[in-house]
Design a protein. Structure first.
Length: 98
């Protein structure tokens, strides 16, 4: 629902960029910063500092603060499932699946 345009291409909107990022972080050696979790039904930001320094700039042109990134997730209907030490967050949306 979020990821494909009518022509079958990934969207240039936030959810499409997020999908591209999550599909590429492992191959880029950046999965310790963010990755799919829960069998692809959610994703996590494991290392917020690494995420904002090394990952977000490659995929999100205007995201410079983690708080702004979280706001975008909320605007698009994502729900934060859990938080832990260091700001780790797991995010879920029923239509955003690996």
């Amino acid at each position: 629902l979020f990821n494909m345009t009518k022509s079958g291409h990934l969207s240039k909107f936030f959810p499409g960029k997020l999908r591209i990022m999550l599909d590429q972080v492992d191959g880029l050696g950046l999965s310790q910063g963010s990755s799919w979790v829960s069998e692809g039904r959610a994703f996590a930001i494991h290392d917020p500092e690494m995420f904002m320094k090394d990952i977000a700039p490659q995929f999100f042109d205007k995201q410079t603060h983690l708080r702004s990134f979280h706001r975008q997730l909320s605007i698009w209907g994502f729900t934060r499932l859990e938080t832990g030490a260091g700001g780790r967050g797991v995010w879920f949306h029923k239509h955003f699946i690996q």
